[in-house]
Each structure stands twice: as structure tokens, then as C-alpha cells.
Design a protein around this ligand. Structure first.
Ligand code: AHR
Length: 519
């Protein structure tokens, strides 16, 4: 391998961490062995009508004192723009299965109030409907991933929604869209045919749902240049029998939407705390996160059998940490804090998704604002960026980059009681400009890692990087100190064939290695 010898002395984060002595870890990266493209849609978001995810989180209305752009809060929109969000899944989740799209069009003051029976029986004003959602998506430069109502809806209602969005003719629905202020059709590249139809989407069995899916998709018609990929609901967790049934539907299925939350509970009641947790809980939560790998492998094995050409994509369209709600908040609003541990959860999952990039076409973290593992928390006028937000921003070089293999077989484990987890998680990819992006996670809560990364097949001109870490295992941002956890530059050196750096305990690092122009 050829790497220009240089030492980068960027301003360095000063960490007074109570960490144990360093552990030496070596990995190797084959930069000259290109694999699958990491679809940028792996970095997708999910915004459901749930708690303050939409109302107050994103939408405050045009009359609000909070600065807004056509009703969407300006601070939140601007922060989200920096994430280069590729797509937003909307309007649910379980909410989608009770959502009637015609409630959300036309003059806002004439829209009916409904009750959000899934999420706390609160009033749903329908102020955010189809036009508002597409306005947000356009402001963020994100593609739309609409989830249609299978459970309480009808094939007619779903077909009409697609027609309203995409028709470029003089049909009554196209005229209605124009009368409501939108002349041109919107693009809708992704369409979910129901959500969790094994539960809140109708408590169906796989075989029954497969027939229902066939029936609904028969009538989903759109112009040929604006035909969405159709995503079927996946089954519950490791239900590979469901995947088996659904993946035999045939050409009408483009993807299967599977959900896996990191949640340490036997009973859905004691899901643990987002902050103030113990070291044992640190290990248990990260061990649970790593199960995503087995989970994906099992589903992909079924798809490889039924769809060897790889036509059907895996859409992990809900994932992330799920804890007990923040004290004092509505139990059904799923509001939780977000710590450095969640930043690791996100980065570990990215590294797993990158490994299966040939089959994974999209993922959507749950959820974008104020709900579960959010990018942003708001409270009235205040807003903050969570550690998870920063991890998304740090990983933008991976959007549509070409994955390359990382050999990390010799990485030691760290243990706590019976729970062992690998000390380092890593992935790498060549970005569109030819630079090498490397994602690194130190899973140990207390031991720094002296990392040597051997890079083959790449001549480096320069390297820079950012580290996200914190003093405590539950380091997080609050409105009074919104920048307690934020990315800082990290020192990296290139010595002979190796990149060398210290990965602090409990950290996420992303490096950008610039390719020499002579290469
Ligand atoms: O993300 C919250 C909920 O979790 C979604 O509405 C549902 O699909 C899942 O069970």
C-alpha cells in the first residue's frame, strides 16, 4: 500500500475522561475492493403524528410567535437541512393505519378534528396534511415515503391518494389538488402499503396480508415516470416466515419494511432510562443493538432464497433506542432524552447497514423530532440537537458512497458480567469525490483504544476527522447546555501504512481521508 507519510495536527479535543489505559486494536481496510453502494436512503428519517413529533416539534403554524416558514419552525428546518436528509417516512407508523388523507387537504380551518387513538387519544387537527408534508420535504430536499392506510382504509382511498399526488391530467383529483394550491404533481418515490399489519395495521397473518397487499397494489396507479416503489409491511422482529410469504408476492413488491428497536425489556413496561443508567445497562443496550446484524442476516437469507436477483430491498423503516418516557411526560408521547449511548447505537447500526448495503435500500430512524431516538428536542421556543443528530451529520460522507471491506477480526471484546461486546465497530466507503470515509465506534464505556488502521489500495494526501464523546456514559444535551455533546476535531497521524489515532472510550469517530491527486 502507498500512503503519503504525514502528520495532521488539527486542533484536538481535550478530554478529561476517567478512562482506563489504552487497548491496542488493529483493523485493515481494503480500499481497492469496492463493494455495494451505500444507498443514501439508509440515512432516512421517520416523522409520525405522535406526541410532539409533528405538532410543536416541526409545525407551529403560521401565526406562531416562534419563527417559522409557512408554519414549520425555522430553527428546526435549518438544523435538519444540514443532515442532507434523503427521505422522510410519513404519516406513521400506527397512525398511518387510521389516517384518512382527505381530512388533511383544503382550508386548514375547515379540516375535521380527529382523535389520535394510537397515541394518547389527543386531538388531531389535521393542520399538517399532504400539502404541508410535501412542503417540508421540499424544504429539506428529501424524498417522500408515504405510508398508506391498509387497516382502516380501503383500496379506493389509497389509490385516490396516489392519484391526487401524482396525476398530471384533468382528473377530478388532479383538479382538486390544483384548487388546493399545488399545480404540478409531487414526486413520490416510495409508498408503504400499510404498517405493522401483524398488529396495529389490522392484526393480520402473513398469508392474509399477502392477499390484501396484492389487492391494494392492483389499484395503485401512477404515471410511469412517477411510480413509487411499493414497500410491504414486514413481520414482527425475527418472523422470517412472514418475510418468506411476502417475498413470494411477485413483481408487485419492491421492498419489505422491517422494524427492529433496541429495547431491553421482557414486558414492554420497564424499558430502562435514557439517562442515569448503570454500566450494566450500557452493555445490555449495546448488546441488544448488535442483534440487528443477526436479525438482518436471517431476513436477508430468506430473500436471497426467494429473490436471488436482489430485486426486493430491505427497508428497515423503523429502528432506534426505545426507553421509558421522560419523567412527567405523557406516556403515549414517547419522549425520551438522547445520550452519547444513543449516538453509539446509531453509528453501530450504520456500520451494520453498510455491511448489508447490497440488500438494504433504506432505513428510517424513529423518529425525527421529540419522539424516541430523535435528532432534535424542542420545548416551546427552545430546541437542541441531540448526540444522534451529530452522528447523522458526521456520516453524510457515506451517502451513496461505495462500501469497501473492513477486516476487524482481531478486535478484542469488552465484558460486563456475562455480556461481551466487541470493543470497536467500523466500516469504510469511498465517497463520490474519491475520498475514503471511515466510521469508528469505541463501545467500551471506560477504555480508550489506540487504533491502527491499515489501508490498502489508497494513496492519501490528507486526513481529518471528528470525534463525538462525553464525560459520562449518559452525557447528553439539555436546553441550558445544548452543546455539552458535540463533535470536535480529532488528531490522526499517518505513519507508513497506517492511520493511527486514539478512539476515546464511548465515542464515535468519522475520518475523511483525502485521495492524492496523482492516484
Ligand atoms: O415508532 C413508534 C411506533 O412503533 C410506530 O407507530 C409503530 O409502527 C411501531 O410499533
Amino acid at each position: 500500500m502507498t500512503i503519503l507519510r504525514l502528520l495532521i495536527l488539527a486542533p484536538v479535543v481535550c478530554l478529561s475522561l476517567s478512562s482506563l489505559a489504552d487497548t491496542d486494536v488493529e483493523i485493515s481496510i481494503q480500499a481497492d475492493a469496492p463493494g455495494a453502494v451505500i444507498d443514501r436512503h439508509i440515512y432516512g428519517q421517520f416523522a409520525e403524528h405522535l406526541g410532539h413529533g409533528i405538532y410543536q416539534g416541526l409545525w407551529v403554524g403560521e401565526e406562531s410567535q416562534i419563527p417559522n416558514v409557512r408554519g414549520f419552525r425555522r430553527d428546526v428546518v435549518e438544523a435538519l437541512q444540514a443532515l442532507q436528509i434523503p427521505n422522510i417516512r410519513w404519516p406513521g407508523g400506527c397512525f398511518a393505519e387510521e389516517y384518512h388523507w382527505k381530512d388533511g387537504i383544503g382550508p386548514r380551518d375547515e379540516r375535521p378534528t380527529r382523535i389520535n387513538t394510537n397515541w394518547g387519544d389527543v386531538e388531531e387537527s389535521n393542520a399538517v396534511g399532504t400539502h404541508e408534508f410535501f412542503d417540508l420535504a421540499e424544504m429539506l430536499g428529501a424524498d417522500a415515503y408515504i405510508v398508506g392506510n391498509v387497516g382502516r382504509g380501503s383500496p379506493k382511498e389509497m389509490a385516490e391518494w396516489l392519484e391526487y399526488i401524482t396525476a398530471d391530467n384533468n382528473s377530478a383529483l388532479a383538479k382538486l389538488r390544483r384548487a388546493n394550491g399545488r399545480e404540478a404533481p409531487w414526486n413520490v418515490p416510495f409508498w408503504g402499503v400499510g404498517n405493522e399489519n401483524w398488529k396495529c395495521g389490522g392484526n393480520m397473518g402473513a398469508e392474509y396480508y399477502a392477499d390484501v397487499y396484492r389487492r391494494y397494489t392492483t389499484f395503485l396507479k401512477a404515471p410511469s415516470n412517477n411510480t413509487p416503489k411499493k414497500i410491504a409491511s414486514g413481520g414482527y422482529h425475527l418472523d422470517t416466515a412472514w418475510t418468506d410469504e411476502i417475498s413470494q408476492i411477485g413483481s408487485k413488491i419492491d421492498g419489505i419494511g422491517i422494524h427492529y428497536y433496541t429495547m431491553v425489556t421482557e414486558n414492554w413496561v420497564d424499558k430502562g432510562n435514557a439517562t442515569g443508567f448503570t454500566k450494566d445497562e450500557w452493555f445490555a443496550h449495546l448488546a441488544e443493538t448488535l442483534k440487528m446484524d443477526d436479525y438482518l442476516r436471517s431476513h436477508i437469507a430468506v430473500l436471497d432464497r426467494n429473490d436471488p436477483e436482489g430485486r426486493i430491498g430491505v427497508y428497515v423503516d423503523e429502528w432506534g433506542s426505545w426507553y421509558d418516557v421522560e419523567e412527567g411526560s405523557n406516556r403515549k408521547f414517547l419522549r425520551q432524552q438522547n445520550s452519547i449511548r444513543d449516538a453509539l447505537v446509531a453509528a453501530i447500526n450504520f456500520n451494520i447497514f453498510h455491511r448489508y448495503a447490497d440488500r438494504i435500500r433504506m432505513t428510517n430512524i424513529a423518529q425525527m423530532v421529540n419522539v424516541l431516538q430523535a435528532m432534535i428536542l424542542t420545548d416551546g421556543e427552545e430546541m437542541l440537537l441531540t448526540p444522534t443528530y451529530h452522528v447523522y451529520e458526521m456520516h453524510t460522507p457515506f451517502h451513496d458512497a461505495v462500501s469497501v471491506p473492513v477486516e476487524s477480526g482481531g478486535v478484542p471484546s469488552v465484558s460486563d458480567g456475562d455480556t461481551s461486546i466487541p470493543m470497536v465497530s467500523a466500516s469504510a466507503a469511498i465517497g463520490k469525490g474519491g475520498d475514503l470515509a471511515i466510521s469508528l465506534v469505541n463501545l467500551s464505556p471506560e477504555t480508550d483504544v489506540s487504533l491502527a488502521a491499515r489501508v490498502d489500495g489508497f494513496v492519501a494526501r490528507d486526513v481529518s476527522g471528528k470525534v463525538l464523546t462525553g464525560e459520562e456514559i449518559d452525557a447528553h444535551n439539555i436546553f441550558a447546555t445544548p452543546n455539552a455533546v458535540r463533535p470536535m476535531p480529532i488528531r490522526v497521524s499517518i505513519e507508513d501504512d497506517y492511520l493511527r489515532l486514539t478512539l476515546p472510550a464511548k465515542s464515535v469517530v468519522v475520518l475523511s481521508v483525502q485521495r492524492s491527486s496523482g492516484q
